[in-house]
Design a protein around this ligand. Structure first.
Ligand code: ZN
Length: 563
């Protein structure tokens, strides 16, 4: 039974992997492995469960156990050779062997996921672009052509989220549902989810868990995705096949992952309070009143949670801090999608990455103003502000959207809009007395430090380009300055008008669907100037991200096996 062996091996590997290699590098391989490990700061991820009754703690423990099985499935989905390679690494007790094992666990495979998928275990092939979803010896063209020869219903299945393609003994290709391919783990996971369903006292949670267990066996995920959208409970599990990025050939196949989480009541209440302010914020946006939306539509649901455990596709490389699901259009058309924000993961990133960045990027006197509360409140506001401002517009008398009109500039503009108008909206709510006045003293410096966390990943994608555009605008309008020692600083009496003018500029360009203006602004300002590059160069030793140790999950599962 290769499958259960791989699952057991993975559990053992997680339990024994050393968090960091302290010994000096003996070779360039060791140096590279140590560098990779150091990029992910080991962090205890804990969640306060004291408010949960026994029934919910017990249900949570079963959910964690079910989630652990997603690791074994995902390993095989990423590459068919992962199980055997992991077993080999587990048997290598040498220092280098242990360093390779630690790297393997960080990346869920032998490729550096923040290092362009470079292999770091001897004998590992280049990362297969079709992952483990297609036969090892198949090519993209072969699969693509084969699908065109199938009757429509089979072609749909072959392109579906929840099937793999396998080669039969006679060399022909065939389609297998996940429920068959991953039967061993899915049956165990379904049994655990059914137990979790029995234990909880919360009806919407019980319904989701039962339907998800059934989906693991039937391969039909629709009803359980709908139940997930309707969840209203103190526990918020996400478990199943979701994202399609691992299938680099076609983005057809969903990879298994899990986030086992507990709702954050305080932040959920804050969110509800802010949601009640959105129309008022829209009515006061610093743009021509004719461009404001007099009636905002319903808000997409947002859940703020704390993560107890994550697994599979959710648990490699840079840790997810927020996600939007489901992806299945049948569900999103009917029910929309839900955004889940992982507060304790954000907190860990703040401590391990943002604070060290602030020490480099800001003057000593300003560093204490970089705080978690304004950081997370701004992230919440960023999400909410995506729903405000211009979206549906008219261009040359025709109905269109900002996204269509601004084309490839639209993502960078939309992210910059959410960032800067989020900051503007926080100030608006401070002035209105909805948010404590103290935040005005910390939010600008926190935002400034945070901008370097984004810029560090480069300006190749929307977030980075949009961030560079904001920072350079604020510099050019005097709201931010570069000190003589190269650190950055907020200019207190100029930051507010600089922020406001940027909101005006971005939203007005969006409202007019002015592609030329958007492109011109991005070309001019969406660049890394030497002063910013200088700061980024000094961040080399600051970790890229965190490596969570799930202390609450470990305790929960131990309690269960002990009782
Ligand atoms: Zn965003």
């Amino acid at each position: 039974m290769r499958r259960s062996l791989a699952a057991a091996a993975f559990a053992a590997a997680i339990a024994t992997a050393c968090p960091a290699m302290a010994a000096p590098a003996a070779s360039s391989e060791r140096a590279a492995l140590d560098k990779m490990a150091a990029a992910f700061a080991p962090t205890d991820l804990s969640v306060d469960l004291s408010g949960l009754p026994r029934s919910e703690r017990d249900s949570l423990a079963r959910q964690v156990q079910a989630a652990q099985l997603m690791n074994a499935i995902f390993l095989r989905q990423a590459w068919s050779g992962n199980g055997a390679m992991l077993l080999g690494l587990l048997q290598d007790g040498s220092e280098t062997g242990r360093a390779r094992l630690a790297g393997f666990i960080i990346n869920q495979g032998p490729w550096g996921r923040i290092d362009h998928d470079k292999p770091f275990v001897p004998g590992a092939p280049a990362k297969p672009e079709g992952a483990g979803f297609y036969p090892n010896d198949a090519t993209k063209d072969e699969i693509d052509h084969w699908i065109t020869t199938l009757p429509q219903a089979d072609a749909d299945k072959a392109r579906g989220f929840f099937t793999v393609v396998r080669r039969q003994p006679d060399g022909s290709l065939t389609i297998l549902p996940y429920s068959v391919e991953y039967q061993g783990e899915l049956q165990q996971a379904a049994a655990l989810l059914r137990e979790a369903a029995k234990l909880t006292q919360q009806p919407s949670l019980r319904k989701f868990l039962e339907l998800r267990a059934a989906a693991f066996l039937s391969n039909d995920y629709y009803a359980s995705d709908v139940a997930w959208m309707e969840l209203d409970a103190t526990l918020e599990p996400t478990i199943g096949p979701y994202e399609v990025y691992e299938d680099k050939w076609f983005n057809y196949k969903a990879a298994y992952e899990a986030y086992i989480t507990v709702r954050d009541e305080a932040e959920s209440n804050k969110l509800a309070r802010f949601s009640g302010q959105l129309q008022d914020i829209e009515d006061h946006l610093p743009i021509d009143p004719a461009l404001r939306n007099p009636r905002l539509g319903a808000l997409a649901p947002i859940a703020v949670v704390n993560e107890v455990y994550d697994a599979g596709d959710a648990a490699h490389g840079v840790q997810t801090a927020a996600y939007n699901l489901p992806n299945d259009e049948r569900v999103t058309k009917e029910k929309g999608s839900k955004r889940v924000m992982l507060k304790n993961v954000q907190h860990a990133k703040f401590d391990q990455v943002l604070l060290p960045i602030a020490k480099v990027a800001l003057a000593r006197t300003d560093q204490a103003k970089v705080q978690f509360d304004p950081f997370f409140t701004h992230i919440l506001m960023h999400e909410l502000m995506h729903g405000l401002g211009p979206h549906s517009i008219q261009l040359d008398g025709k109905d269109t959207t900002v996204r269509q009109a601004l084309k490839e500039a639209s993502s960078a503009f939309e992210e910059a809009k959410a960032d800067i108008s989020g900051l503007w909206a926080l100030q608006y709510l401070v002035d209105k007395g909805v948010i404590d006045k103290a935040m005005e003293q910390t939010m600008y410096d926190t935002y400034l430090a945070s901008s370097f966390r984004t810029l560090r990943f480069g300006i190749g994608e929307a977030h980075g380009k949009g961030m560079a555009m904001q920072l350079n605008w604020l510099l050019d309008h005097g709201g931010v300055k570069v000190n003589r020692d190269g650190t950055y600083a907020v200019v207190p009496d100029k930051i507010r008008p600089a922020v406001t003018s940027l909101v005006t500029e971005i939203m007005t360009i969006q409202a007019h669907g002015d592609y030329a203006a958007a492109k011109g602004m991005l070309d001019k300002l969406g660049v890394l100037r030497p002063e910013a590059q200088h700061v980024i160069d000094k961040l080399a030793k600051v970790p890229t991200d965190i490596r969570p140790r799930f202390v609450t999950a470990e305790k929960l599962v131990k309690e269960q096996s002990g009782s």
